[in-house]
Design a protein around this ligand. Structure first.
Ligand code: FES
Length: 273
């Protein structure tokens, strides 16, 4: 069983949990994910590894309360145990040869973007982090990003935190001001990543997007996480979760994500009643 060592609310809908999972912590790298079940009858949900500590054997996850399982998960407390915690799964973020990178995160996607920024910073890469939230009360990990970035830009939709505007506005401004990035790494809502990739394609900046589709087995067997990348079918769980953002069919990914919304809403209502 995987004990919850720490539980912290980052904002009204986002929670951090540190889980005792020494075998996962031993091999985890930024960009990889785990699949957990809260109990024996529970649904399997993928969550990206937000941090890990090999010495203490703990793995940190950050999740948004959006559905039945994350609601159930959020009801657990320190000292409670998870039924399953499988990982690390997927491929780690590629960092080889990078000198200067813009990390662009949106909303709870910043929980995934942060360990990537941190790892790049530790490797001596110049990191510019651009993060966006709807409003001030939803901002997470600001201090952590600042500590891992030589440039940090905070954007909000309503102007209550940082500058008012979109992450694409900030990225465009930086590129137009002469910043030259080896790579842009973007993690957040599909619509945001779509427009980040559209922008960087125009400027010819290589871009990686981290995809988080529905996953079931996490081993490439069920096909639930399939995406079209460069005209080919790929599985986010084994081929990803990071892909060349200029080749991803974002419109298809958004349509597939929307297909499951009524089922998720139904399960959420059942879990809450
Ligand atoms: Fe089943 Fe990826 S989750 S193939």
């Amino acid at each position: 069983m995987f004990e919850i060592l720490e539980k912290r609310s980052l904002n009204p809908t986002v929670t951090l949990m540190r889980i005792n999972a020494p075998k996962v912590a031993r091999k985890a790298e930024p960009g990889q994910f785990i699949i957990l079940r809260t109990d024996a009858d529970g649904e399997r949900i993928p969550l990206t590894i937000a941090d890990f500590d090999r010495q203490s054997g703990s793995v940190t996850i950050i999740f948004q309360i959006v559905g039945a399982t994350t609601e159930k998960l959020n009801h657990l407390n320190e000292g409670d145990c998870l039924q399953d915690f499988v990982g690390p799964l997927g491929r780690a973020t590629e960092t080889e040869g990078l000198k200067k990178v813009a990390v662009v995160g949106g909303g709870v996607g910043c929980a995934i973007a942060y360990p990537v920024a941190k790892k790049l910073h530790e490797l001596g890469v110049e990191v510019h982090s651009i993060v966006g939230f709807r409003s001030k009360d939803l901002v997470i990990l600001e201090d952590e990003f600042r500590a891992s970035s030589s440039k940090f830009v905070l954007m909000s939709d309503d102007g209550t935190a940082g500058e008012k505007g979109l992450v694409t506005d900030a990225l465009k401004k930086l590129i137009d001001s002469g910043e030259k990035y080896d790579r842009v790494i973007t993690i957040g809502p599909l619509i945001m990543m779509k427009f980040v990739c559209k922008l960087t394609k125009e400027y010819g900046v290589p871009t990686v997007a981290s995809m988080n589709p529905i996953m079931i087995d996490g081993t490439g067997m069920c096909g639930g996480c399939r995406l079209t990348v460069g005209g080919q079918t790929k599985f986010a769980c084994v081929d990803g979760p990071e892909f060349d953002g200029h080749l991803i069919d974002f419109d298809e990914a958004m349509a597939r994500g929307a297909m499951y919304k009524p089922f998720e809403r139904h399960a959420y209502e059942e879990a809450c009643n």
